[in-house]
Design a protein around this ligand. Structure first.
Ligand SMILES: [Zn+2]
Ligand SMILES: [Zn+2]
Length: 82
């Protein structure tokens, strides 16, 4: 299974995600199926793909991710929508 650390739709953590078949993943939190290759993470600023979970929780409870290259931080949702 490829690395995915959160649901792109509701930001549920990885233990809520089920690898269903090949690259299909099912989120038990929002009951959504999605494909792993849809969520290839890219920094919206520098386009680097080294994105990691930062340890900072956001005020609204979203997962905060950080680009290892330019150190920019953004939410999982920001990333998917761009
Ligand atoms: Zn979800
Ligand atoms: Zn970056």
């Amino acid at each position: 299974m490829k690395e995915i650390s959160f649901c792109p739709y509701c930001s549920a953590p990885s233990h809520k995600l089920l690898n269903y078949h090949e690259d299909m993943v099912f989120c038990r939190d929002c009951n959504t199926f999605f494909r792993l290759n849809l969520v290839e993470l890219k920094c919206p600023k520098c386009e680097h793909t080294k994105i990691e979970d930062s340890d900072f929780p956001s005020p609204d409870g979203q997962v905060i991710l950080q680009c290892k290259h330019c150190k920019k931080m953004f939410t999982a949702k920001d990333l998917i929508e761009k």
